[in-house]
Structure formats: structure tokens, C-alpha cells
Ligand binder design. Structure first.
Ligand code: TMP
Length: 213
């Protein structure tokens, strides 16, 4: 039987959005804010966040767009996620810490389940067998695909495999995240990311703090 990883302590916060949406900056800003308020915060990311998952990350984010099929991507992202949960997320939540994760399963639901292919059911099935853990609170940062893509590509990070799918791919991601924020509105907050970053950070911090108190 697959070992369960469900854990009810701590607070598991995730950030989601299209490439270049500013979610990484916002997740850093929230981590700094909550640390400043005296909370124990673990800031992490997906794919990655543990030694093994970082190795899988390098396979996924570089190289040609056709390097992996959407089905293979689902398996690789889920393998990375399982390792990340076992090694980083669950141990921190067990200690009652706040875990802030830059991307999580909602990215698989939207990138592999909607934009790469129509595979949402497969993503959900695998999630229910291998992962199960849902975030307590998710910030979906909404951004204009054209600006966000230009921003993402300007970083020239060498991790552009998903940006290389182009503008129509980013538009379909945006639509996917908007749908997801609506259907998962018990935990997802849709944040207008097309504003000054301090203003966005203030809104996010207010929501997060209201979940902690
Ligand atoms: P990052 O640039 O936000 O660190 O994420 C790396 C890329 O991986 C990004 O383009 C989104 C993509 N991705 C997926 O396609 N599926 C997933 O499940 C995750 C976590 C990321």
C-alpha cells in the first residue's frame, strides 16, 4: 500500500500563476513578512525543494519542448513532488511550521492537465494515489500573458522549456488558472498581479495573516 503523507499540522501555502507572473517574488515577500512577524517559515519550490526533486527539475525545465510528452511530464512532476513532500514539506509541517511553496499540484493540473494536453483526470488520479496532500491556502497570481512571457524570457535563466511553447500556451495557462481559482475557491485567492508589487504583497499578507490568527 502507498504510504500516506497527509499531515494536518502547520500551514501549507502555495503560489501559482503563469510564467513571469511575479509569484516567485510574491512568495519571497510573504516568507519575509511572516518571518518578521515571528513565524517559523520554510520557503520552497516545485519542481524541486529537495535534492532528488531538484535533479528531476533540471530534466523538466531545460531542453527542447518535445523532450517529454505531457504524460511523461505528469510522472516526472509527480515523482519530484513525492520526494519533496517526504523530505521537505511534511517534516516542516510536522514541526508546526508554515511552508510556502512556489508552485505545487495546481501547476500540474493546469500545465499538464489543460495547456499541454487534456489530461486533468490523469493528473487527479495520480495525485490521489501518490500525493493526496492539498494546500491549505493558495494564491493564484493573475497576469497579462504577453507581458509575463516577455518578463520570463528576459530572465534568460536557461530554464525556459515551458516559455518556449509560446504565447498561445501562456494564454491557455491563464484561462486554466482562472477556472481553477473559481472551482477551488475554498482555498484559492485570485490576486491581480498587474499592480505595484508592494500593493500585491500587502493584499497577500493580509489574507495569510487572517489564516494564521
Ligand atoms: P518555475 O519557473 O516557476 O520555477 O517552474 C518551472 C516550470 O515548470 C514552469 O514553466 C512551470 C512548469 N511546471 C509544470 O509544467 N508542471 C508542474 O507541475 C510544475 C510544478 C511546474
Amino acid at each position: 500500500m502507498v504510504q500516506k503523507l497527509i499531515m494536518d499540522q502547520g500551514l501549507f501555502i502555495t503560489f501559482e500563476g503563469i510564467d513571469g507572473s511575479g509569484k516567485s517574488t510574491q512568495s519571497e515577500m510573504l516568507a519575509a513578512k511572516l518571518t518578521q512577524l515571528g513565524h517559523k517559515v520554510v520557503k520552497t519550490r516545485e519542481p524541486g525543494g529537495s535534492a532528488g526533486a531538484e535533479m528531476i527539475r533540471s530534466l523538466l525545465v531545460s531542453g527542447d519542448t518535445d523532450r517529454w510528452s505531457p504524460e511523461t511530464e505528469i510522472l516526472l512532476f509527480t515523482a519530484a513532488r513525492r520526494d519533496h513532500l517526504e523530505k521537505t514539506v511534511i517534516p516542516a509541517l510536522t514541526l508546526g511550521h508554515i511552508v510556502i511553496c512556489d508552485r505545487y499540484v495546481d501547476s500540474t493540473r493546469v500545465y499538464q492537465g489543460v495547456a499541454r494536453a487534456d489530461l486533468r483526470e490523469t493528473v487527479d488520479q495520480l495525485h490521489s494515489i501518490i500525493i493526496q496532500k492539498e494546500p491549505d491556502l493558495t494564491f493564484v497570481i493573475d497576469a497579462d500573458p504577453e507581458n509575463a512571457l516577455a518578463r520570463g524570457l528576459a530572465r534568460d535563466s536557461g530554464e525556459d522549456r515551458f516559455e518556449d511553447f509560446g504565447l498561445s500556451f501562456q494564454k491557455s495557462l491563464r484561462a486554466g488558472f482562472l477556472d481553477l481559482a473559481k472551482s477551488e475557491n475554498h482555498r484559492c485567492h485570485l490576486i491581480n498581479g498587474m499592480r505595484a508589487r508592494e500593493q500585491i504583497a500587502d493584499d497577500i499578507a493580509a489574507i495569510a495573516v487572517s489564516h494564521i490568527a
